[in-house]
Design a protein around this ligand. Structure first.
Ligand code: GDP
Ligand code: GDP
Length: 451
Protein backbone atom coordinates (compact mmCIF):
# COMPACT_ATOMS: atom_id res chain seq x y z
CA UNK A 1 0.00 0.00 0.00
CA UNK A 2 1.40 3.35 -0.99
CA UNK A 3 0.80 4.87 2.40
CA UNK A 4 2.80 2.15 4.13
CA UNK A 5 6.00 2.84 2.31
CA UNK A 6 8.12 5.59 3.81
CA UNK A 7 8.48 8.50 1.50
CA UNK A 8 11.98 8.82 0.27
CA UNK A 9 13.11 12.22 1.45
CA UNK A 10 15.17 12.75 -1.68
CA UNK A 11 12.30 11.96 -3.99
CA UNK A 12 11.27 14.57 -6.48
CA UNK A 13 8.24 16.77 -6.02
CA UNK A 14 6.25 14.11 -7.75
CA UNK A 15 7.10 11.75 -4.92
CA UNK A 16 5.72 8.32 -5.48
CA UNK A 17 2.05 9.06 -5.74
CA UNK A 18 1.89 9.44 -9.46
CA UNK A 19 3.61 6.26 -10.49
CA UNK A 20 1.78 3.54 -12.33
CA UNK A 21 -0.15 1.30 -9.97
CA UNK A 22 1.44 -2.09 -9.40
CA UNK A 23 -0.34 -5.43 -9.40
CA UNK A 24 1.56 -8.32 -7.84
CA UNK A 25 0.65 -11.82 -9.01
CA UNK A 26 1.14 -14.49 -6.37
CA UNK A 27 0.35 -18.14 -5.99
CA UNK A 28 1.83 -21.62 -5.81
CA UNK A 29 3.90 -23.01 -8.65
CA UNK A 30 1.89 -24.45 -11.54
CA UNK A 31 -1.39 -22.78 -10.70
CA UNK A 32 -1.07 -20.86 -13.96
CA UNK A 33 0.39 -17.51 -12.94
CA UNK A 34 2.55 -17.10 -16.02
CA UNK A 35 -0.25 -18.17 -18.30
CA UNK A 36 -2.55 -15.68 -16.64
CA UNK A 37 0.00 -12.89 -16.85
CA UNK A 38 0.34 -13.52 -20.55
CA UNK A 39 -3.42 -13.44 -20.82
CA UNK A 40 -3.52 -10.08 -19.02
CA UNK A 41 -0.84 -8.68 -21.26
CA UNK A 42 -2.75 -9.94 -24.29
CA UNK A 43 -0.96 -9.57 -27.58
CA UNK A 44 1.62 -7.47 -25.90
CA UNK A 45 3.13 -10.54 -24.37
CA UNK A 46 4.53 -11.46 -27.74
CA UNK A 47 6.12 -8.04 -28.03
CA UNK A 48 7.33 -7.72 -24.48
CA UNK A 49 9.98 -10.35 -24.30
CA UNK A 50 10.28 -12.46 -21.26
CA UNK A 51 13.02 -10.31 -19.82
CA UNK A 52 14.18 -11.42 -16.43
CA UNK A 53 13.65 -8.77 -13.79
CA UNK A 54 16.26 -7.27 -11.59
CA UNK A 55 16.12 -10.17 -9.25
CA UNK A 56 15.56 -13.59 -10.68
CA UNK A 57 12.21 -13.98 -9.05
CA UNK A 58 10.51 -10.89 -10.37
CA UNK A 59 9.46 -9.82 -13.79
CA UNK A 60 7.59 -6.60 -14.40
CA UNK A 61 5.50 -5.70 -17.43
CA UNK A 62 3.34 -2.84 -18.62
CA UNK A 63 -0.30 -3.74 -18.98
CA UNK A 64 -3.30 -1.85 -20.28
CA UNK A 65 -6.96 -2.70 -19.87
CA UNK A 66 -9.79 -0.40 -20.91
CA UNK A 67 -7.29 2.37 -21.47
CA UNK A 68 -5.82 2.15 -18.00
CA UNK A 69 -2.17 1.44 -17.51
CA UNK A 70 -0.68 -0.57 -14.70
CA UNK A 71 2.36 -2.68 -14.00
CA UNK A 72 2.15 -6.41 -13.51
CA UNK A 73 4.81 -8.02 -11.37
CA UNK A 74 5.07 -11.76 -11.75
CA UNK A 75 6.62 -13.33 -8.71
CA UNK A 76 6.92 -16.85 -10.05
CA UNK A 77 10.02 -18.74 -10.96
CA UNK A 78 11.26 -20.00 -7.65
CA UNK A 79 11.84 -23.52 -6.43
CA UNK A 80 10.29 -24.90 -3.27
CA UNK A 81 12.97 -25.74 -0.78
CA UNK A 82 13.43 -27.72 2.40
CA UNK A 83 11.60 -25.22 4.54
CA UNK A 84 8.35 -26.42 3.14
CA UNK A 85 6.17 -25.19 0.40
CA UNK A 86 3.62 -23.28 2.46
CA UNK A 87 6.23 -21.22 4.29
CA UNK A 88 8.10 -20.50 1.10
CA UNK A 89 5.02 -19.40 -0.83
CA UNK A 90 3.87 -17.22 2.02
CA UNK A 91 7.27 -15.57 2.19
CA UNK A 92 7.20 -14.97 -1.52
CA UNK A 93 3.80 -13.37 -1.24
CA UNK A 94 4.97 -11.17 1.59
CA UNK A 95 7.91 -9.93 -0.47
CA UNK A 96 5.62 -9.16 -3.38
CA UNK A 97 3.38 -7.03 -1.20
CA UNK A 98 6.06 -4.51 -0.45
CA UNK A 99 5.83 -3.06 -3.88
CA UNK A 100 2.22 -3.73 -4.73
CA UNK A 101 -0.93 -1.65 -4.74
CA UNK A 102 -3.13 -4.68 -5.25
CA UNK A 103 -2.64 -8.42 -5.43
CA UNK A 104 -3.85 -11.01 -7.88
CA UNK A 105 -3.90 -14.31 -6.03
CA UNK A 106 -4.06 -17.28 -8.36
CA UNK A 107 -5.40 -20.63 -7.17
CA UNK A 108 -5.74 -23.86 -9.16
CA UNK A 109 -9.44 -24.69 -8.97
CA UNK A 110 -8.91 -28.26 -10.11
CA UNK A 111 -6.83 -28.81 -6.97
CA UNK A 112 -8.73 -26.58 -4.55
CA UNK A 113 -7.33 -24.57 -1.64
CA UNK A 114 -4.18 -26.20 -0.26
CA UNK A 115 -2.25 -25.47 2.94
CA UNK A 116 0.06 -23.24 0.97
CA UNK A 117 -2.88 -21.33 -0.49
CA UNK A 118 -4.26 -20.83 2.99
CA UNK A 119 -0.90 -19.57 4.22
CA UNK A 120 -0.83 -17.05 1.41
CA UNK A 121 -4.42 -16.03 2.13
CA UNK A 122 -3.48 -15.24 5.72
CA UNK A 123 -0.57 -13.06 4.59
CA UNK A 124 -2.76 -11.25 2.12
CA UNK A 125 -5.47 -10.72 4.65
CA UNK A 126 -3.08 -9.18 7.12
CA UNK A 127 -1.59 -6.89 4.47
CA UNK A 128 -4.81 -4.98 4.05
CA UNK A 129 -4.13 -4.73 0.32
CA UNK A 130 -6.98 -5.20 -2.11
CA UNK A 131 -6.93 -8.78 -3.35
CA UNK A 132 -8.47 -10.25 -6.46
CA UNK A 133 -8.83 -14.00 -6.24
CA UNK A 134 -8.47 -15.82 -9.54
CA UNK A 135 -9.94 -19.32 -9.52
CA UNK A 136 -7.89 -20.57 -12.43
CA UNK A 137 -8.27 -23.55 -14.73
CA UNK A 138 -12.03 -23.24 -14.91
CA UNK A 139 -12.05 -24.20 -18.57
CA UNK A 140 -15.80 -24.79 -18.74
CA UNK A 141 -18.94 -24.24 -16.70
CA UNK A 142 -18.45 -27.48 -14.80
CA UNK A 143 -15.60 -25.94 -12.85
CA UNK A 144 -17.64 -23.06 -11.54
CA UNK A 145 -18.98 -24.90 -8.53
CA UNK A 146 -15.41 -25.77 -7.56
CA UNK A 147 -14.48 -22.10 -7.91
CA UNK A 148 -17.21 -21.20 -5.41
CA UNK A 149 -15.55 -23.38 -2.76
CA UNK A 150 -12.68 -20.88 -2.74
CA UNK A 151 -14.86 -18.43 -0.84
CA UNK A 152 -13.45 -20.38 2.10
CA UNK A 153 -10.17 -18.51 1.73
CA UNK A 154 -11.88 -15.44 3.13
CA UNK A 155 -10.70 -13.17 0.35
CA UNK A 156 -14.04 -12.42 -1.20
CA UNK A 157 -15.43 -13.52 -4.51
CA UNK A 158 -13.38 -16.03 -6.48
CA UNK A 159 -13.31 -15.11 -10.18
CA UNK A 160 -13.50 -18.29 -12.25
CA UNK A 161 -11.11 -17.96 -15.16
CA UNK A 162 -9.34 -20.07 -17.72
CA UNK A 163 -5.99 -18.49 -18.36
CA UNK A 164 -5.42 -21.02 -21.07
CA UNK A 165 -8.57 -20.28 -23.07
CA UNK A 166 -9.42 -16.80 -21.85
CA UNK A 167 -12.74 -17.71 -20.33
CA UNK A 168 -13.73 -15.17 -17.64
CA UNK A 169 -10.66 -13.04 -18.12
CA UNK A 170 -12.61 -9.88 -18.98
CA UNK A 171 -14.48 -9.94 -15.68
CA UNK A 172 -11.26 -10.68 -13.86
CA UNK A 173 -9.54 -7.69 -15.47
CA UNK A 174 -12.46 -5.45 -14.56
CA UNK A 175 -12.10 -6.59 -10.96
CA UNK A 176 -8.37 -5.89 -11.09
CA UNK A 177 -8.99 -2.31 -12.28
CA UNK A 178 -11.47 -1.86 -9.45
CA UNK A 179 -8.84 -3.01 -6.96
CA UNK A 180 -6.06 -0.77 -8.24
CA UNK A 181 -5.82 2.87 -7.20
CA UNK A 182 -6.84 5.30 -9.94
CA UNK A 183 -4.41 5.62 -12.80
CA UNK A 184 -1.93 8.44 -12.36
CA UNK A 185 -2.58 11.71 -14.06
CA UNK A 186 0.29 13.09 -16.06
CA UNK A 187 1.64 16.07 -14.24
CA UNK A 188 1.73 18.09 -17.38
CA UNK A 189 -1.34 17.83 -19.47
CA UNK A 190 -1.02 17.77 -23.17
CA UNK A 191 -2.47 20.82 -24.82
CA UNK A 192 -3.09 21.00 -28.52
CA UNK A 193 -1.54 23.70 -30.57
CA UNK A 194 1.96 25.06 -30.90
CA UNK A 195 4.62 23.91 -28.47
CA UNK A 196 5.18 26.48 -25.75
CA UNK A 197 8.60 28.05 -25.31
CA UNK A 198 9.89 30.30 -22.54
CA UNK A 199 12.74 32.57 -23.55
CA UNK A 200 14.69 33.20 -20.36
CA UNK A 201 17.86 34.87 -19.23
CA UNK A 202 19.20 37.72 -17.18
CA UNK A 203 18.59 41.32 -18.29
CA UNK A 204 20.56 42.47 -21.33
CA UNK A 205 21.49 39.00 -22.44
CA UNK A 206 19.61 39.61 -25.69
CA UNK A 207 16.18 38.08 -25.20
CA UNK A 208 14.17 40.74 -26.97
CA UNK A 209 16.79 41.01 -29.71
CA UNK A 210 16.55 37.27 -30.30
CA UNK A 211 12.78 37.32 -30.28
CA UNK A 212 12.81 40.14 -32.81
CA UNK A 213 15.27 38.22 -34.91
CA UNK A 214 13.18 35.06 -34.81
CA UNK A 215 9.87 36.78 -35.31
CA UNK A 216 11.07 38.89 -38.21
CA UNK A 217 8.06 40.29 -39.95
CA UNK A 218 5.62 37.50 -39.23
CA UNK A 219 4.94 38.58 -35.68
CA UNK A 220 1.60 37.84 -34.19
CA UNK A 221 0.61 38.72 -30.69
CA UNK A 222 -1.75 36.55 -28.72
CA UNK A 223 -3.77 38.68 -26.39
CA UNK A 224 -4.58 37.55 -22.93
CA UNK A 225 -8.25 36.70 -23.03
CA UNK A 226 -9.14 37.96 -19.60
CA UNK A 227 -6.80 40.87 -19.41
CA UNK A 228 -7.94 44.21 -20.59
CA UNK A 229 -5.23 46.06 -18.77
CA UNK A 230 -2.50 43.51 -19.22
CA UNK A 231 0.02 43.30 -21.97
CA UNK A 232 -0.11 40.62 -24.58
CA UNK A 233 1.55 37.61 -23.02
CA UNK A 234 2.18 35.07 -25.73
CA UNK A 235 3.59 35.40 -29.18
CA UNK A 236 3.41 33.01 -32.10
CA UNK A 237 6.69 32.73 -33.93
CA UNK A 238 7.60 30.52 -36.86
CA UNK A 239 11.01 28.98 -36.39
CA UNK A 240 12.41 26.22 -38.54
CA UNK A 241 9.17 25.80 -40.44
CA UNK A 242 7.16 25.27 -37.27
CA UNK A 243 5.02 27.65 -35.28
CA UNK A 244 5.95 27.99 -31.63
CA UNK A 245 4.24 29.89 -28.90
CA UNK A 246 6.70 32.04 -27.01
CA UNK A 247 5.02 32.54 -23.68
CA UNK A 248 4.95 35.61 -21.54
CA UNK A 249 6.92 37.83 -23.85
CA UNK A 250 5.34 41.07 -22.65
CA UNK A 251 8.17 41.74 -20.24
CA UNK A 252 10.69 41.35 -23.01
CA UNK A 253 9.00 43.89 -25.17
CA UNK A 254 8.23 46.44 -22.55
CA UNK A 255 11.82 46.81 -21.53
CA UNK A 256 11.04 48.00 -18.05
CA UNK A 257 14.08 47.99 -15.89
CA UNK A 258 13.10 48.24 -12.26
CA UNK A 259 15.79 50.04 -10.37
CA UNK A 260 15.40 47.96 -7.26
CA UNK A 261 14.00 44.52 -6.78
CA UNK A 262 14.64 43.83 -10.45
CA UNK A 263 15.93 40.37 -9.76
CA UNK A 264 12.99 39.51 -7.62
CA UNK A 265 10.58 40.56 -10.34
CA UNK A 266 12.53 38.82 -13.05
CA UNK A 267 12.49 35.59 -11.08
CA UNK A 268 8.73 35.86 -10.63
CA UNK A 269 8.42 36.45 -14.33
CA UNK A 270 10.66 33.47 -15.03
CA UNK A 271 8.57 31.25 -12.78
CA UNK A 272 5.37 32.36 -14.48
CA UNK A 273 6.80 31.76 -17.93
CA UNK A 274 8.05 28.31 -16.93
CA UNK A 275 4.67 27.42 -15.57
CA UNK A 276 3.17 28.06 -18.98
CA UNK A 277 6.00 26.59 -21.05
CA UNK A 278 7.03 23.11 -22.04
CA UNK A 279 10.57 23.98 -22.99
CA UNK A 280 12.87 26.85 -22.05
CA UNK A 281 15.61 28.51 -24.02
CA UNK A 282 18.00 29.90 -21.45
CA UNK A 283 19.98 32.64 -23.08
CA UNK A 284 23.52 33.16 -21.80
CA UNK A 285 25.94 35.91 -22.72
CA UNK A 286 28.86 34.13 -24.32
CA UNK A 287 30.98 37.26 -24.20
CA UNK A 288 30.94 37.40 -20.40
CA UNK A 289 31.52 34.97 -17.57
CA UNK A 290 28.57 32.97 -16.37
CA UNK A 291 26.92 34.52 -13.35
CA UNK A 292 24.95 33.42 -10.33
CA UNK A 293 21.87 34.77 -11.99
CA UNK A 294 22.43 32.52 -15.02
CA UNK A 295 22.71 29.56 -12.69
CA UNK A 296 19.54 30.50 -10.89
CA UNK A 297 17.55 30.62 -14.10
CA UNK A 298 18.87 27.20 -15.14
CA UNK A 299 18.01 25.79 -11.72
CA UNK A 300 14.49 27.10 -12.04
CA UNK A 301 14.04 25.32 -15.36
CA UNK A 302 15.33 22.03 -13.98
CA UNK A 303 13.23 22.30 -10.85
CA UNK A 304 10.15 23.13 -12.86
CA UNK A 305 10.81 19.93 -14.80
CA UNK A 306 10.83 21.60 -18.18
CA UNK A 307 12.86 20.73 -21.24
CA UNK A 308 15.93 22.91 -21.71
CA UNK A 309 18.01 24.41 -24.50
CA UNK A 310 21.05 26.51 -23.68
CA UNK A 311 21.74 29.31 -26.16
CA UNK A 312 24.99 31.22 -25.96
CA UNK A 313 24.24 34.64 -27.42
CA UNK A 314 26.49 37.45 -28.64
CA UNK A 315 28.73 34.91 -30.32
CA UNK A 316 29.76 37.70 -32.73
CA UNK A 317 31.70 39.32 -29.87
CA UNK A 318 33.88 36.28 -29.17
CA UNK A 319 37.56 36.16 -29.86
CA UNK A 320 39.70 33.05 -29.65
CA UNK A 321 40.69 33.69 -26.02
CA UNK A 322 37.16 34.10 -24.80
CA UNK A 323 36.10 31.01 -26.68
CA UNK A 324 38.64 28.95 -24.78
CA UNK A 325 37.73 30.37 -21.38
CA UNK A 326 34.07 29.83 -22.18
CA UNK A 327 34.73 26.16 -22.89
CA UNK A 328 36.37 25.88 -19.47
CA UNK A 329 33.49 27.70 -17.79
CA UNK A 330 31.00 25.36 -19.40
CA UNK A 331 32.82 22.34 -18.07
CA UNK A 332 33.25 23.87 -14.63
CA UNK A 333 29.86 25.53 -14.13
CA UNK A 334 27.37 23.75 -16.33
CA UNK A 335 28.26 20.12 -15.69
CA UNK A 336 24.93 19.47 -14.02
CA UNK A 337 23.12 20.33 -17.25
CA UNK A 338 25.65 18.75 -19.57
CA UNK A 339 22.66 16.94 -21.08
CA UNK A 340 21.16 20.14 -22.48
CA UNK A 341 21.70 20.92 -26.18
CA UNK A 342 23.84 24.02 -26.67
CA UNK A 343 23.50 26.44 -29.52
CA UNK A 344 25.86 29.33 -30.16
CA UNK A 345 23.93 32.20 -31.64
CA UNK A 346 24.03 35.88 -32.34
CA UNK A 347 20.79 37.76 -32.19
CA UNK A 348 22.64 40.71 -33.72
CA UNK A 349 23.86 38.94 -36.86
CA UNK A 350 21.41 36.07 -37.02
CA UNK A 351 24.20 33.52 -36.68
CA UNK A 352 22.93 29.96 -36.10
CA UNK A 353 19.49 30.99 -34.94
CA UNK A 354 18.18 28.34 -37.34
CA UNK A 355 19.71 25.74 -35.04
CA UNK A 356 17.33 26.63 -32.24
CA UNK A 357 14.36 24.79 -33.70
CA UNK A 358 16.10 21.39 -34.00
CA UNK A 359 17.42 21.81 -30.46
CA UNK A 360 13.93 22.58 -29.17
CA UNK A 361 12.57 19.50 -30.93
CA UNK A 362 15.27 17.27 -29.48
CA UNK A 363 14.62 18.46 -25.95
CA UNK A 364 10.86 18.15 -26.26
CA UNK A 365 11.15 14.66 -27.66
CA UNK A 366 13.31 13.55 -24.74
CA UNK A 367 10.91 15.26 -22.37
CA UNK A 368 8.10 13.01 -23.57
CA UNK A 369 10.08 9.78 -23.83
CA UNK A 370 8.71 6.65 -22.20
CA UNK A 371 10.71 3.47 -21.70
CA UNK A 372 8.70 0.30 -21.36
CA UNK A 373 8.91 -1.47 -18.05
CA UNK A 374 10.35 -4.58 -19.69
CA UNK A 375 13.14 -2.67 -21.37
CA UNK A 376 13.81 -0.58 -18.30
CA UNK A 377 14.20 -3.63 -16.10
CA UNK A 378 16.38 -5.51 -18.53
CA UNK A 379 18.62 -2.45 -18.43
CA UNK A 380 18.40 -2.03 -14.65
CA UNK A 381 19.20 -5.70 -14.11
CA UNK A 382 22.45 -5.34 -16.04
CA UNK A 383 23.47 -2.07 -14.43
CA UNK A 384 22.76 -3.24 -10.89
CA UNK A 385 24.47 -6.58 -11.45
CA UNK A 386 27.60 -4.80 -12.65
CA UNK A 387 27.49 -2.08 -9.99
CA UNK A 388 25.33 -2.97 -6.99
CA UNK A 389 24.29 -0.23 -4.58
CA UNK A 390 26.68 0.33 -1.68
CA UNK A 391 25.67 -1.09 1.66
CA UNK A 392 24.21 1.17 4.29
CA UNK A 393 24.48 0.44 7.97
CA UNK A 394 25.85 -2.97 7.12
CA UNK A 395 22.84 -3.84 4.98
CA UNK A 396 22.92 -4.21 1.27
CA UNK A 397 19.84 -2.72 -0.34
CA UNK A 398 18.43 -4.94 -3.02
CA UNK A 399 17.04 -3.25 -6.11
CA UNK A 400 13.83 -5.02 -7.03
CA UNK A 401 12.58 -3.33 -10.16
CA UNK A 402 11.70 0.01 -11.68
CA UNK A 403 8.91 1.60 -13.63
CA UNK A 404 8.62 4.87 -15.43
CA UNK A 405 5.98 6.74 -13.50
CA UNK A 406 5.46 9.46 -16.03
CA UNK A 407 6.71 11.72 -18.75
CA UNK A 408 7.14 15.45 -19.26
CA UNK A 409 9.61 15.14 -17.69
CA UNK A 410 10.48 11.43 -17.50
CA UNK A 411 10.07 10.21 -13.94
CA UNK A 412 11.25 6.87 -12.67
CA UNK A 413 10.46 4.97 -9.52
CA UNK A 414 12.86 2.34 -8.30
CA UNK A 415 11.62 -0.21 -5.82
CA UNK A 416 14.25 -1.46 -3.43
CA UNK A 417 14.63 -3.07 -0.05
CA UNK A 418 16.68 -0.20 1.34
CA UNK A 419 17.55 3.43 0.91
CA UNK A 420 19.63 4.18 -2.15
CA UNK A 421 22.28 6.84 -1.63
CA UNK A 422 21.89 10.03 -3.66
CA UNK A 423 25.25 9.22 -5.22
CA UNK A 424 23.92 5.88 -6.41
CA UNK A 425 20.80 7.54 -7.74
CA UNK A 426 22.97 9.98 -9.67
CA UNK A 427 24.95 7.05 -10.99
CA UNK A 428 21.73 5.46 -12.23
CA UNK A 429 20.68 8.74 -13.82
CA UNK A 430 24.03 9.00 -15.57
CA UNK A 431 23.69 5.46 -16.90
CA UNK A 432 20.11 6.07 -17.97
CA UNK A 433 21.27 9.05 -19.97
CA UNK A 434 24.20 7.16 -21.46
CA UNK A 435 22.00 4.32 -22.59
CA UNK A 436 18.73 6.05 -23.47
CA UNK A 437 19.70 9.62 -24.30
CA UNK A 438 17.27 12.08 -22.74
CA UNK A 439 19.14 15.01 -24.27
CA UNK A 440 17.54 18.22 -23.15
CA UNK A 441 15.30 17.00 -20.38
CA UNK A 442 15.67 16.75 -16.64
CA UNK A 443 14.79 13.31 -15.32
CA UNK A 444 13.62 12.41 -11.86
CA UNK A 445 14.41 9.25 -10.00
CA UNK A 446 12.69 8.43 -6.78
CA UNK A 447 13.07 5.35 -4.67
CA UNK A 448 10.34 3.42 -2.96
CA UNK A 449 11.65 1.56 0.04
CA UNK A 450 9.94 -1.01 2.17
CA UNK A 451 10.17 -0.60 5.88
P1 GDP B 1 2.89 -20.91 -12.83
O1 GDP B 1 3.95 -21.82 -12.36
O2 GDP B 1 1.92 -20.57 -11.74
O3 GDP B 1 3.39 -19.69 -13.55
O4 GDP B 1 1.99 -21.75 -13.88
P2 GDP B 1 2.05 -21.81 -15.47
O5 GDP B 1 1.43 -20.59 -16.05
O6 GDP B 1 3.41 -22.15 -15.90
O7 GDP B 1 1.05 -22.98 -15.73
C1 GDP B 1 1.26 -24.28 -15.21
C2 GDP B 1 0.52 -25.27 -16.06
O8 GDP B 1 -0.89 -25.06 -15.96
C3 GDP B 1 0.84 -25.15 -17.54
O9 GDP B 1 0.93 -26.44 -18.08
C4 GDP B 1 -0.33 -24.42 -18.10
O10 GDP B 1 -0.58 -24.72 -19.44
C5 GDP B 1 -1.46 -24.91 -17.24
N1 GDP B 1 -2.56 -23.97 -17.15
C6 GDP B 1 -2.46 -22.66 -16.84
N2 GDP B 1 -3.69 -22.08 -16.87
C7 GDP B 1 -4.56 -23.05 -17.21
C8 GDP B 1 -5.98 -23.07 -17.42
O11 GDP B 1 -6.67 -22.05 -17.29
N3 GDP B 1 -6.56 -24.24 -17.73
C9 GDP B 1 -5.80 -25.37 -17.88
N4 GDP B 1 -6.43 -26.47 -18.19
N5 GDP B 1 -4.47 -25.39 -17.71
C10 GDP B 1 -3.84 -24.25 -17.38
P1 GDP C 1 17.21 41.54 -22.97
O1 GDP C 1 17.26 42.47 -21.81
O2 GDP C 1 17.64 40.16 -22.59
O3 GDP C 1 15.92 41.55 -23.71
O4 GDP C 1 18.35 42.04 -23.98
P2 GDP C 1 18.22 42.93 -25.28
O5 GDP C 1 17.70 42.17 -26.41
O6 GDP C 1 17.55 44.20 -24.91
O7 GDP C 1 19.75 43.19 -25.58
C1 GDP C 1 20.58 43.90 -24.67
C2 GDP C 1 21.73 44.52 -25.47
O8 GDP C 1 22.52 43.51 -26.05
C3 GDP C 1 21.24 45.39 -26.60
O9 GDP C 1 22.07 46.51 -26.71
C4 GDP C 1 21.41 44.49 -27.82
O10 GDP C 1 21.65 45.23 -29.01
C5 GDP C 1 22.63 43.70 -27.45
N1 GDP C 1 22.66 42.40 -28.10
C6 GDP C 1 21.69 41.47 -28.11
N2 GDP C 1 22.06 40.37 -28.79
C7 GDP C 1 23.32 40.62 -29.23
C8 GDP C 1 24.25 39.85 -30.01
O11 GDP C 1 24.01 38.72 -30.44
N3 GDP C 1 25.45 40.44 -30.28
C9 GDP C 1 25.74 41.69 -29.83
N4 GDP C 1 26.95 42.15 -30.14
N5 GDP C 1 24.89 42.40 -29.11
C10 GDP C 1 23.67 41.89 -28.80
Amino acid sequence: MASQAPRDSAAGRSGIDDRQPVLAVVGRPNVGKSTLVNRILGRRAAVVEDVPGVTRDRVAYDATWNGRRFVVVDTGGWEPDARGLAARVAEQARAALDTADAVLFVVDTTVGATDADEAVARVLHRSGLPVVLAANKVDDSRGEADAATLWSLGLGEPYPVSSLHGRGSGDLLDAILEALPPAPRERFEEIDGPRRVALLGKPNVGKSSLLNRLAGTQRSLVHDVAGTTRDPVDELVTVGGETWKFVDTAGLRRRVREASGAEYYSSLRTAAALEAAEVAIVLLDASESLTEQDQRVITMVVEAGRALVLAFNKWDLLDEDRRLTLEREIVRDLGRVAWAPRVNVSAATGRAVDRLAPALRTSLESWGTRISTGRLNAWLGEVVAATPPPSRGGRLPRVLFATQAGVRPPRFVIFSTGFLEPAYRRFLERRLREDFGFAGTPIEISVRVRE
